[in-house]
Design a protein around this ligand. Sequence first.
Ligand code: URA
Length: 263
Amino acid sequence: MKSEIGKLATDLKNFIKSSDEDDLVFCSGKNNLTQVKDNKPSQAEFTGKNATDCADKAVVMEQLASQINSCARCDLGATRIKAVPGEGNINAKLMFIGEGPGYEEDRQGRPFVGKAGQLLDKIIAAMGFAREEVFIANMVKCHPMIDASDPDKRGNDRAPNFDEIAVCRRYIEQQINTILPDYVVALGGVAAKSLIMEAASLSSIRGKIYDLRLSAVELKKPVKIIATFHPAALLRNPGWKKDAWTDLKVLLAAMGRAPAPRQ
Ligand code: URA
């Protein structure tokens, strides 16, 4: 039974790989990268300590961002103002993953730049990191709206649905597999369920460290993942901040780091 399930999983993985190979960016050979370099800029200097078989992470990340910026694989592509590929240090040891861009992010093309983003910045600083030191991205790259016919309406954000996440996850998976951080923080239930355990509740999985497993690509090195509350949820429920901080201290301890001294 176990081996049958294992085989099914391998077949599924191979199917996903073969059906998407045309647009998966693999970070493994110079030929592929040379081709990318032809129309991509210089920022290509590779300085990453995390690199395994990747000649140039910067180029791969740029190529992924350009695929994301022109993606029309789901309906969100038709209503977005700007796609939000993610930003930060491509050699980061720590990556934060939210659910999807909101109103502000849709306009700026940058992740976590609204109110939730301001809180995330404080969280990152309290953890002893600079925002530029980590990489920040989302499960889906375009703004999910309750009423897509009125993109200028405030309070029009919604969580991405199952199909949108399924279509978009190739991007976050390739970003993780290129950056190869030591740790990922899943912010909120959408990222936690998508990346850790679909059938679990956030409350049952937060604050514990798991081995990350991807579905469309095979990780080139082990990456750990921990979930905590989404900053937007913390803004709505300030009483949860204490629990989020407990979760993040578990992560800091695993990383062998101390929180920033209190101001
Ligand atoms: N919420 C998210 O999940 N991601 C963002 O980028 C902004 C708000």
